[in-house]
Design a binder for this molecule. Structure first.
Ligand SMILES: N[C@@H](CCC(=O)N[C@@H](CS)C(=O)NCC(=O)O)C(=O)O
Length: 308
């Protein structure tokens, strides 16, 4: 199997979710650190436009969104599945709620001036970051959550997490992790790690102990790789075959040139030939002079494709 390559940056919370999943599964991975803001000349050739972070590459297959990354990793490495049958619906639905609703409330809290120390180097970096994220937000359908809504939402989640864990269980749904553990972990890491908000988490002992268990997964770093090396790894491989690809998009059969991407925020699409669109995934095939042929995989939830 080609190496697993994560394109990410240290401060990115969804990258922390991917790092934790990779390490929990005991998988070896290579680490390409990308800039926190655009341009990203060694990542966009792989995705063809998608610009959210992280992106995972396995040879010339590119996995966008941590939901897709989790689905790919699930049967790799060691440890239990992220989606145990008895809890699959609850864990997936909770993970999706955390990755959107709790996340956007968390953004409001984390970006309060008193929680920002050390996040951006100086005023110049702050100005560049604000301009980049304004461009990123173009076309977004997401509502910014005001603090008076975000804070009680977060406090209630902490209280419910504490109640869930207070019988001494190791993970949210029992002795084995699910995808919901990794989603809850990365948002708490973003809000509480290294900020004055750490004290709020510490008031929840069961949640704090669970958080420390999850943080041990996130801590390990991958082996460094340059963006140029990662593109060469794509150029040197062939994408995995997409077997029996079908499309459930009305009037858009497999083989159509499409724009595929998120429908909620960071909506910059990737253009390519549709290889599959079903309830779980969208896959497109595309070419770039630096990568050769790549297949780009998206989850279906929160994503769409239109004729280019
Ligand atoms: N649902 C996506 C969310 C990814 C996301 O929002 N990532 C943030 C960084 S943590 C992002 O893309 N920010 C803008 C950027 O990095 O360009 C996932 O699970 O990967």
């Amino acid at each position: 199997m080609p190496e697993i390559i994560l394109h990410h940056y240290p401060e990115s919370l969804f990258s922390e979710k991917a790092r934790a999943m990779l390490n929990a599964k005991g998988l070896a991975w290579r680490s390409v650190i990308i800039p926190m803001i655009m341009p990203r000349p060694d990542t966009i050739p792989l995705t063809g436009g998608y610009r959210r972070t992280p992106v995972m590459q396995v040879g010339s297959d590119v996995y966008c969104d941590t939901a897709m990354i989790a689905a790919y990793l699930d049967d790799k490495g060691e440890g239990p599945t992220f989606y145990p049958a008895a809890h699959r619906l609850a864990a997936q639905t909770l993970a999706r709620w955390i990755d959107t609703e709790l996340f956007w409330g968390g953004v409001t809290i984390r970006f309060l001036p008193e929680n920002m120390a050390g996040f951006l180097a100086d005023t110049e970096a702050a100005t560049a970051f604000a301009a980049d994220r304004a461009a990123f937000s173009q076309g977004s359908t997401i509502r910014r959550i005001p603090l008076e809504e975000a804070l009680p939402r977060h406090q209630l989640f902490l209280a419910e997490l504490e109640a869930q864990l207070s019988d001494g269980r190791t993970y949210l749904f029992g002795p084995a992790w699910t995808i919901a553990d990794f989603s809850a972990y990365h948002v708490l890491w973003f809000v509480h790690a290294g900020t004055p908000m750490a004290e709020m988490l510490a008031r929840h002992p069961a949640a704090q102990a669970w958080y420390e268990r999850m943080r041990a997964f996130g801590a390990k770093k991958g082996e460094a790789m340059s963006g140029a090396e990662a593109l060469k790894a794509a150029a040197d491989s062939t994408p995995a075959t997409v077997a029996n690809g079908t499309s459930d998009l009305p009037g858009i059969p497999v083989g159509t040139l499409v724009d595929a991407g998120p429908t909620d925020y960071g909506v910059m699409p990737s253009r390519g030939e549709l290889l599959r669109c079903d309830t779980a995934t969208i896959v497109i095939g595309r070419e770039h002079e630096r990568t050769g042929r790549v297949n780009v995989h998206f989850p279906r939830h929160g994503f769409g494709a239109t004729r280019a």
